[in-house]
Design a protein around this ligand. Structure first.
Ligand code: HEC
Length: 162
């Protein structure tokens, strides 16, 4: 009995360092561990990739970079917002009564989870109160617009369904 236990509980040969390499994450049940890894911080993405133009306040720079706080594009239709993010915009677009004519970069190199997280973030800060966007919505819109190779030419094209 004790002999069997000894053999069972003592790692043999090359496996002897196995116990030291495990982290608490790998000891959690697989489901919990992968959820934790998928939880992307939208605010962190915003700070790193968007705030230089749209500002940490979400107010943009009047006449140059449009605001996201209170923007009809941000709090409105989730598919159109997703299209803006995936392909960018280059042309005239009206935001809160002011016409902008700049260039919003395309972000299709970001993952569905990252895009969903950053969009959910901008829809919920600065007084915005719109529903979260799911990674599945981003995946569907990415597929629906996959033939597009250039930015939208402005607000008109976005509203007409791109
Ligand atoms: C290099 C500057 C720049 C960066 C970086 C940038 N944007 Fe933009 N963004 C713009 C400009 C300029 C427009 C307006 C485009 C136009 O005039 O056609 C715009 C438009 C938008 C719009 C639609 C209009 C509005 O104000 O609601 C959204 C939404 C948006 N950006 C979100 C983001 C998010 C989220 C990020 C980060 C992932 C980001 N942008 C990064 C410059 C930028």
């Amino acid at each position: 009995m004790w002999g069997a236990f000894y053999i069972y509980s003592t790692p043999s040969g090359e496996e002897s360092s196995y116990g030291d390499q495990r982290t608490t994450a790998s000891l959690r049940p697989p489901e919990v561990a992968s959820n934790a890894a998928q939880k992307v911080d939208g605010k962190q993405i915003y700070t790193g990739k968007c705030a230089a133009c749209h500002q940490a306040t979400g107010l943009g720079i009047p006449g140059v970079f449009p605001p996201l706080a209170g923007s009809e594009w941000v709090i409105g239709d989730e598919k159109i917002l997703t299209s803006i993010m995936l392909h960018g915009v280059n042309g005239e677009m009206e935001v809160k009564g002011t016409v902008y004519k700049g260039a919003m970069p395309a972000w299709k190199s970001l993952s569905d989870a990252d895009l969903a997280a950053v969009m959910s973030y901008i829809r919920s800060d600065w007084g915005n109160k719109s529903a979260e966007i799911e990674p599945g919505t981003v995946a569907a819109q990415r597929d629906a617009t996959k033939s597009r190779t250039e930015p939208y030419k402005g607000g008109q094209e976005l509203k007409s369904g791109g």
